[in-house]
Design a protein around this ligand. Sequence first.
Ligand code: PL3
Ligand code: FE2
Ligand code: FE2
Length: 242
Amino acid sequence: MASLQTAEVALLEQPVDAFDGLPDFTTESYKDAYSRINAIVIEGEKEAYDNYMSIGKLIPDQAEELEKLGRMELRHMKGFTSCGRNLGVKADMPFAKEFFAPLHGNFQKAFKEEKLTTCFLIQAILIEAFAISAYNVYIRVADPFARKITEGVVKDEYLHLNYGQEWLKANLKTCKEELIQANKANLPLIKSMLDQVANDAAELHMDKEELMEEFMIAYQDSLNEIGLDNREIARMALAVVV
Ligand code: PL3
Ligand code: FE2
Ligand code: FE2
């Protein structure tokens, strides 16, 4: 009991700004960080569009549905472009391209080899869970214009995660081995992307641990929905550290 009270007092003594204050959206340091984060999000949405269109080529009878998902990504891209414009920030697109290059390369390789399971894991599970975690945390500290846009976007991202989940669930018997393998190769990339963006995210008052927590919730929930048991999920999550 005593330690709980001490913790409470310590929390109360922190300046409000340290845990839930909104940042000053007009400072140079905010805008500088935003130029990279905004670019990452714009590039991520653009690549998500490309990836759903690619997946559609591998499943012709689902191509129409996948194009629908893809078009949503283009809307997201436009929405986030307007968020940057609204703050007077120019997105650093070359930085973002480089940021996505390793994951993009892995997706392209899987697509060329027609490895649908890997494509779904990369785009619909890992990237969507990453986006969901980032957008959920961002909504709490965004400027009012961007908050509204991000709230609309994050709802769509759950649909995308769900779509991939359903496909993997329906094919689990034949795709489990590839799923585990693809996860081993790609989950560490997500972790390293998070590490690379952490400083800029902190400038936007987005906490790294909160981002990791949100990611793990979306990721584990989705593996659970796909039909993996707790031990398998724990093993897959540990691919981050081993
Ligand atoms: C697919 O629908 C979306 C792909 C985008 C992935 C972006 C991940 C973003 C990580 C950066 C964290 C900051 C978020 C701030 C939002 C403006
Ligand atoms: Fe999106
Ligand atoms: Fe998406």
